[in-house]
Write a protein that binds this ligand. Structure first.
Ligand SMILES: C[S@@+](CC[C@H](N)C(=O)[O-])C[C@H]1O[C@@H](n2cnc3c(N)ncnc32)[C@H](O)[C@@H]1O
Length: 170
């Protein structure tokens, strides 16, 4: 298993978290992955593909590295649509489909997000206590995260979705 990120800082943080020693770590750009064509069975991208500047380029690269029948799973922020419409209108879904992937299904995380907002509210309302207990820097980091997420509230949803690469007939 290999974990990648374009940021050497993120990769070092992950290495220092003492994950399973069988995990390899690579600093890599998901637009130009340092892996052979048709070499990966499974790929998981957590909240990162939104940084791609060109979904067609990204999808072509993912199609290159995945084995036929290989499966990918992502979490991503997308406009709120019924699942069947998302496949046709979301730019990432469209690009993946055009590159030979089939979308298996979506899971909407909005209920979890509502709970998360309640948690931020609770911390904010009791900020004097939490600043003391958590320390100023962790408190500030949580509030920054809350501000980042609030801008999406009601207009986009947090989805998990999985896709598989079409097995082309020989
Ligand atoms: C919101 S963070 C998510 C980090 C981690 N996947 C997680 O779930 O905690 C987004 C990550 O995407 C990485 N990223 C941005 N552009 C990238 C690229 N072109 N290739 C690979 N990683 C990229 C950033 O360095 C950042 O660590």
């Amino acid at each position: 298993m290999t974990a990648t990120d374009i940021s050497p800082v993120a990769i070092n943080m992950a290495k220092n978290n003492h994950f399973d020693k069988k995990i390899n770590f690579d600093v890599a750009d998901f637009n130009h992955l340092p892996y052979n064509s048709n070499s990966l069975d499974i790929l998981v991208g957590l909240d990162c593909v939104q940084h791609a500047s060109n979904y067609n380029q990204l999808s072509k690269e993912l199609s290159r590295v995945m084995k036929p029948g290989g499966r990918m799973a992502f979490t991503n922020w997308m406009k709120t649509y019924p699942d069947s419409k998302l496949v046709k209108v979301d730019p990432l879904c469209v690009a993946l489909t055009e590159s030979g992937f089939v979308i298996d299904g979506f899971y909407n995380f909005d209920e979890e997000l509502k709970r998360q907002f309640k948690f931020y509210d609770l911390i904010y309302l009791n900020r004097a206590l939490f600043q003391k207990v958590m320390g100023e820097s962790l408190y500030t980091s949580l509030m920054n995260e809350a501000c980042h997420l609030y801008q999406f509230n009601g207009t986009v949803s947090h989805y998990a979705f999985s896709v598989h690469k079409i097995i082309y007939p020989v």
